[in-house]
Write a protein that binds this ligand. Structure first.
Ligand SMILES: C[S@@+](CC[C@H](N)C(=O)[O-])C[C@H]1O[C@@H](n2cnc3c(N)ncnc32)[C@H](O)[C@@H]1O
Length: 147
């Protein structure tokens, strides 16, 4: 698991975002109900290279890891505190993931690194061009899913 890779700029340049408080009941609803329903409704494929943009505390990552069994799993977020929580959550569950510090508007991955790019509640925080760039990070021939 890799954490805190900084690609030479302040990833958190847009200070408009304020994280939600960490509410275990909300995490639990996401983990047990919302994300499983989305994975099923969107028919997210198993055994693919997956990226979650705005992975936050890792609730989504840990859930899709179990449901989709990706061949590789990565998360990107511009909040190092949330990335550290994500790291703890995934480590506690022995889930291997590459956690990367970065801005979704300048994704630190080459094109087509991923087959599936997921987003559970992040894209509406960022400007429209970011949504297009997100898709380029691997979803040209794959899937780009927002919820
Ligand atoms: C609603 S939370 C997503 C929570 C996450 N799905 C989870 O399971 O914990 C949105 C996340 O997007 C991140 N975020 C918002 N704008 C971002 C940006 N421009 N670049 C990177 N991360 C961003 C926030 O730091 C936050 O962790």
């Amino acid at each position: 698991m890799e954490i805190g890779r900084n690609h030479g700029h302040d990833a958190r340049s847009d200070d408009a975002y304020r994280p939600f408080a960490n509410r275990e009941w909300r995490n639990s609803i996401q983990r047990r109900i919302e994300i499983p329903l989305l994975v099923r409704a969107l028919e997210l494929p198993a055994s693919k290279r997956m990226l979650e943009i705005g992975c936050g505390r890792g609730v989504g990552l840990s859930t899709v890891a179990g449901l989709c069994r990706p061949t590789s799993l990565a998360g990107v977020d511009f909040d190092p505190t949330l990335l550290a929580i994500s790291h703890e959550r995934l480590s506690a569950r022995a889930i291997d993931a590459d956690l990367v510090y970065g801005d979704v508007q300048a994704l630190p991955f080459p094109d087509e690194t991923f087959d599936v790019v997921i987003d559970f509640g992040t894209c509406y925080h960022v400007a429209e061009p970011a949504r297009r760039r997100r898709g380029r990070a691997g979803a040209r021939a794959g899937r780009d899913v927002c919820a």
